[in-house]
Design a protein around this ligand. Sequence first.
Ligand code: GLU
Length: 314
Amino acid sequence: MTTRAPAYRGRFAPSPTGPLHFGSLVAAVGSFLEARTRSGEWLLRMEDVDAPRCSMAAASEILRVLEACGFAWDGAVVWQSHRIQAYAAALERLKAASRVFPCACTRKELADSGIAPDGATIYPGTCRQGLAAGRAARAWRVAVGDARVSFDDAVQGTIVSDLANETGDFIVLRADGLFAYQLAVVVDDAEAGITHVVRGADLLASTPRQIFLQECLGVPTPDYAHLPVAANAAGEKLSKQTRAAPVDSSRPGPALIAALEFLGQRPPPELSGATVSQIWTWAQAHWRIDQVPRGPALHCSAMQTPLGLRNHGV
Ligand code: GLU
């Protein structure tokens, strides 16, 4: 009797804080091709949990560009803004299991604490044993203890993380009442039955926190593959903040080809005049994740236009 391989279910999860730029297109292309070439499903989730930073206009624009680029997702789009009750239920479970604690610290009070290599504050543990008299809870944090997390990333190799010295106890419910991205992603991926997460390496530092939360909540840990992110000459990730150009939906073919090249695939020159559907046919026949360059960032010289990209490690 043969055992059936577990089903593959992947996803793309853009944050609608602005138009789809080249860096996000790369994550969409990589996650889509990995799912489809493994006969898997590919789900789409709008990560609008951080409501003040998101807009419906940006979400509609992202969907429009994805459609113009020929992406087809399985099922309905999931909106994080509709899932607040699921995050609240997860927080209640964490409270019941004594994995979280209320925290009264302000940003200013934490400013003097340890600083991680990425510039983030390492929580010093001030409220872990209880709030000081007269202090009110602002946020909820999960206690990481001395947890070490390690996982094998399909692109970046083995990643080992010492949470206490990298982030410390991290926030799951923010002082402004919004659920933290880390909690939302874990709850959503678990509920959707995501088996494989393929996304940009800018999220590599978040993954150990997400794996830790998965363990706290007793949900499975998916397999991970973190694709290199497109960076400008200064090593900054292409994003709205670094004024990356939006993907030009009137010319989806060149953008798709540039994303494939960026991911180490080798689309032949004759594909440059092809239709979107011809490009996808080629891409699905030739996609190989082991050709994706390792390393968290790749210099993308054409920062204002995704055309004619060439990769250079940074
Ligand atoms: N929403 C995140 C972003 O756009 C991606 C989250 C994820 O793929 O887990 O950067």
